[in-house]
Design a protein around this ligand. Structure first.
Ligand SMILES: [Zn+2]
Length: 148
């Protein structure tokens, strides 16, 4: 599932790779991203639960970083967690970096795009089999590319 993720791209779709870093100034990001996406991706904000149209997205395809276009999940990795945020039980390999944050009392694992550094969400260990992972992602940090 992790190795064949490219089969979820429509033929001829060009996507960047994690090895081509995208570095922009804060001003450039602010211009490039709509308000909510800027707040989440660049300031580690969290969108309101249940607000993302991607919660209901069930078509085959690829979810890419809204900041830089790097593919990060496929439709096959998505599941309904009931949290109100798009949730995934694994990711495309090598696309995220993690760090611990302490915004709440207990430490959480924050993850962000390896290519542009944009914040996506938090990783929890209460997901479904086979991984037990729950990648709880802000919908505004993602851009869906349908295969069809
Ligand atoms: Zn990115």
């Amino acid at each position: 599932m992790q190795s064949d993720w490219k089969s979820f791209l429509a033929a001829g779709t060009a996507v960047p790779s994690a090895d081509e870093p995208l570095k922009l100034s804060d001003d450039e990001w602010r211009k490039r991203l709509p308000g909510e996406a800027y707040k989440v991706l660049r300031k580690e904000g969290t969108e309101r639960a249940g607000t993302s149209p991607l919660n209901a997205e069930k078509r085959p395809g690829v979810f890419a970083c809204a900041g830089c276009g790097l593919p990060v999940f496929t439709s096959e990795m998505k599941y309904e967690s009931g949290t109100g945020w798009p949730s995934f039980f694994t990711s495309i390999p090598g696309v995220f970096e993690t760090k611990k944050d302490f915004y709440l009392i207990y430490p959480r694992t924050e993850y962000h795009c390896k290519r542009c550094g944009g914040h996506h969400g938090h990783l929890f260990d209460d997901g479904p089999p086979p991984t037990g992972q729950r990648w709880c992602n802000n919908g505004v940090s993602l851009k869906f590319i349908p295969k069809g």
